[in-house]
Design a protein around this ligand. Structure first.
Ligand code: PLP
Length: 355
């Protein structure tokens, strides 16, 4: 019997010990006799869980005291609105780097509240812009970019610098796959479902001095300062998502923290790209310097073979390779190097048989 490995990029893989403890928590959470879903969100136990998650997150990402760490309700799409509402601070313009689908969506949402200056656009170009290609007007309130475009598989290996305005960044599909120097950002956000376990919460790391100046009319639940002040417990929340985040953060720390995970992510991606590059059957058009560590879209030069590819991969225990456009290998933090190696071996074998 071979292990099954999932390459689905939209939901986090859960390490086996995390799954086991989750199962227990549905029945009896921490010996309380209650399911995690039955625990009062106003109980000391739940407050401790929330505090523990926030302090683990701060520790694992080494977030400095200059920045607040919170888990905001909702998903990354909520952040497309929360970023302008909180960061415009009376200004009427923001700059967006457009490198693919998700940055385009973020920019479109911002246009509801301000003028958007496109600092650079490489959408459709299979790469992210280089720093010297960026133009950021001095009057913008912030510069936004998407660290990893989950669909196009292009990733920034650097933090764009707008020459002054705070940087707001969507790290939804890049979290833990690269070291994150929080000090360089005004705001970093990442939906929890991709790397912390379950949908319903979004990691937000925000520079303290930017908070408390949300635009007039901002809904209370969209104001970062409200969540910071309430210790991320302003409103009833997704108990299960908090508990998964706790378990995942414990697991991440045990793996050696972000440095170790980033090295592993780099290693896993290298194995898969090497297999794709070695066989003419596969196409990945992304420029080498922009290749994603976590979401690798690819196609077969003979598209008619795709159904057979997926079928044979599944028979080999390799699932979740259907992408939004063609094929995609999502390399989650919990995917072991062995999973990437198995995929690489399959890519090689399939190309020999059908190339
Ligand atoms: N940003 C990126 C980079 C994403 O990959 C996604 C979803 O895949 C989103 C934002 C939107 O996320 P959500 O579904 O959490 O709103």
């Amino acid at each position: 019997v071979t292990d099954t490995y999932s390459f689905n990029a939209s939901a986090a893989l859960l390490p086996a010990p995390v799954r086991g403890r989750l199962r227990e928590a549905i029945e009896d959470w921490q010996g309380t006799g209650l399911s995690i879903l039955e625990v009062s969100q106003r109980s000391g136990d739940f407050e401790q869980l929330v505090d523990r998650v926030l302090s683990r997150l701060r520790a694992v990402l080494a977030v400095p005291a200059s920045h607040a760490v919170l888990l905001a309700p909702g998903s990354s799409s909520h952040q497309f609105a929360m970023v302008p509402l909180n960061l415009l601070r009376g200004r009427g313009r923001a700059a967006y780097v457009v490198s693919g689908t998700w940055s385009q969506r973020a920019a479109a949402e911002a246009r509801r509240w301000c003028a958007v200056q496109i600092a650079a656009s490489t959408a459709g170009a299979h790469r992210v812009p280089r720093q010297q290609e960026l133009t950021v007007d001095p009057d913008v309130a912030y510069l936004h970019y998407t660290a990893n475009e989950t669909l196009e598989g292009v990733e920034f290996a650097y933090v764009p610098d707008g020459g002054g305005p705070p940087v707001a960044a969507d790290w939804s599909s890049a979290l833990f796959a690269r070291p994150l120097d929080a000090a360089r950002f005004g705001v970093v956000y990442a939906g929890a479902q991709k790397h912390l376990g379950a949908a319903g919460l979004t990691v937000v790391i925000a520079r303290e001095d930017l908070l408390g100046r949300a635009a007039p009319g901002t809904p209370t639940v969209f104001d970062y300062a409200v969540h910071r002040e309430a210790g991320s417990l302003h409103a009833s929340s997704v108990a299960m998502a908090w508990y998964v985040a706790d378990l995942m953060l414990e697991w991440l720390a045990a793996q050696g923290g972000v440095g170790a995970l980033a090295r592993e992510a780099e290693g896993k991606a290298a194995v898969v790209y090497a297999a794709l590059d070695a066989a003419p059957l596969y196409v990945n058009a992304v420029e080498p310097g922009s290749r994603s560590r976590t979401t690798i879209p690819f196609a077969l030069r003979e598209p008619g073979l795709q159904a057979r590819f997926l079928e044979q991969a599944a028979a080999d225990g390799l699932v979740g390779l259907t992408g939004p456009r063609g094929l995609r290998a999502g390399l989650g933090n919990a995917l072991p190097l062995e999973g990437a190696r198995r995929l690489a071996a399959f890519l090689g074998d399939f190309a020999v048989r059908h190339g």
